[in-house]
Design a binder for this molecule. Sequence first.
Ligand code: CA
Length: 219
Amino acid sequence: MWKILIVEDEKPISELVRMNLALAGYECRCVYDGKAAADLLTDHRFDLILLDVMLPEADGFELMEFIRPLAMPVIFLTARADVADRVKGLRLGADDYIVKPFAVAELIARVDVVLRRYYKTDEAIGIGDVVIRPGGHSVTREGKPVELTPKEYELLLLFVQNRGVVLFRDVIYERVWGPGFLGESRTVDLHVQRLRKKLGWETRLVTVHRIGYRLEAEP
Ligand code: CA
C-alpha cells in the first residue's frame, strides 16, 4: 500500500485529503507543522509527500530542502496561485503542485500520476519467465496468468524493487504487513514458500540463513 505524508496546518483540509486518499486505498499520516514533518521524516519513509507551502515552524520551501536528499516525491499544496511560487516549488525539486482550493478527484489523479512516474510502475518487469506489470497488477509465468493473494503480490513487488539485496525478515514483515513484528512470526516464511511455488522461484528466491531472503538479480 502506498504511504503518503500530508503536511498541512489547516486541519479541515488535511482531514479532507486524508479521508479521500484513504478511501482511494492510500495509507496516510498527517502532521501540522514543518518541524513535526522534519522530525517524522528523519526515521520514516513515505512514498509521496503532500506539502503545504505556508506552514508554522518551517515553511514548505524550507522543508523541501530537507526532503530533497531523502529522495521522496513531493506535491506542493499551495493557496498562492502566483507564478513565482509555482516556479520556486518546481525549481526546488517538487514533482507537481496543486493550487487550493482543489477538487479531490484532481488531487487523487495527480497523486496517481506522480507515483506512477516516480516509481515507473507502468513498465513491465521481466524476471526469467515471469513478467510483472505493476500498473495493471498482473503477473504471468510463461505467458499464463499467476493468481496471487494481495499479500503475496505486495511481497513480490518488494522483492522485485530490491533485486539482489538481502531483505531482513522483520523489514519484509513491516513493509508488507505493517508494524508489529514479534520475531517468531512464520508469516513471512510461509508467504515466501508460496511465492516460490507459484513462480517456480525455488532457486531464485534465496534464503539467507538467520537473516531473511534475497531475490537473485541475475538469471
Ligand atoms: Ca497553510
